[in-house]
Write a protein that binds this ligand. Sequence first.
Ligand SMILES: [Zn+2]
Length: 149
Amino acid sequence: MGLKVVSYYGPIRLVGFSDKPTLCRMILPQRGDVYVKCGADILLNGLKTDLGAEARCPVCGYVTRFHIVKRRIEDLAPKDPTLHVVEFAMGAGHVGVECESTHIFDKKDCLTKWLSTYTGKPGSVTSLPEYMGSLNQRQPTKYHEREHH
Ligand SMILES: [Zn+2]
């Protein structure tokens, strides 16, 4: 059984907090660097707090950087990274993300390479601003992640 780690940032509960280094790091004002389990976790936390983010491409290792300010993606570098995200069905107001299959790719070539050996559940391919917009529209009240062991 995995231990679920819950972390509190002031009154805000962080989504997907990891006490071990991962591909995805958030830079929170006043608290500093925090690792989360996947790229979608960064955007889900961005619904609740402004933050800086660094997401390492699982294929080439290049780091995509951006900020989330008032629930919008800003300062994206490189300009057009791609998110592959696998969601699973939950009740209304809930978002479920399969972290093992959810990554931010710095460029399309990396996504194509990764998909060529991917055998998991089919996911959606979207830009970061698009996914942030869709989260904003759904305004998830609860978040669940699937644990892998
Ligand atoms: Zn890459």
